[in-house]
Design a protein around this ligand. Sequence first.
Ligand SMILES: Nc1nc2c(ncn2[C@@H]2O[C@H](COP(=O)(O)OP(=O)(O)O)[C@@H](O)[C@H]2O)c(=O)[nH]1
Ligand SMILES: [Mg+2]
Length: 275
Amino acid sequence: MGKSTLLNSVLGVKVSITSPRPHTTRRRVLGVLDGDERQIVFVDTPGIHRPRSALGNRMNEASASAVDDADVAVAVVDARAPIGPGDRRALRRAREAAARTVVVVNKIDGIARRRVVAQLAAVSALGEGGADGEGIECFPVSARTGAGVDELVKALSASLPEGPRYFPPGMVTDVPEAFHVAELVREQLLVVVADELPHAIACRVSAWEWPYIRCEILVERPSQKPIVIGRGGQVLKTVGTAVRAQLPPGAYLDLFVKVEPDWQNRPVEIERLGY
Ligand SMILES: Nc1nc2c(ncn2[C@@H]2O[C@H](COP(=O)(O)OP(=O)(O)O)[C@@H](O)[C@H]2O)c(=O)[nH]1
Ligand SMILES: [Mg+2]
């Protein structure tokens, strides 16, 4: 849907990883947008889905509590796909929980204007007959190109209640650097091996003595290990190169693959991973 892409676009910095796979984001990620006048805190979430593991439950809890805490819930729907039961559920949940809900119709790049208009109308129709009798405010956006993002931020900014500046100047996210690097590794693994291992992978930085960074890649079964390593270590090489390109120059990234049976259902493991 593009929630994480949208957060990065709003901030102008990559704080949350993205991928075509659903459920890529596994924890709440804060993004702090500091203006002269006000600070806006955006909260990226995994999104609500049907959980299949302890991790899935935890991801749903993180999403639900983020909506409960928000002044405005921003529901993101895809301009290119029909609005489905999942969209409706998420929207209903947001309207119940948050003081105000707006809908972003994302991915308007590269599609005909009339399709965007039709999707905006479809979203508006969802609001009709709602218990509060109010319509739904919609914003056509491309998180990828940035089209419509300024308008969205301006509208959100204008509608937020006054409050304290929660974060110090210069703080862009609450995500620790080591977690972010582990996420960059997972993001690249999703590019290379996601077809074989959609949800089996987790990453954790286990040593950080700049410029040396050791990152462990957890898989669930021994049979998955060679897939992640690749023939002659090719997968790890490709992943390492792509991640290093996003780190400050000089970083030395050491990748290890470890079997951690059923980590997705072990609360202690989920906690240690920072999810
Ligand atoms: N064409 C296009 N693709 C987008 C846009 N926003 C996100 N995507 C792609 O949609 C996929 C899902 O994005 P992501 O931000 O990870 O979605 P999330 O799961 O909702 O956080 C990724 O492949 C993104 O590159 C957009 O505005 N236009
Ligand atoms: Mg995401």
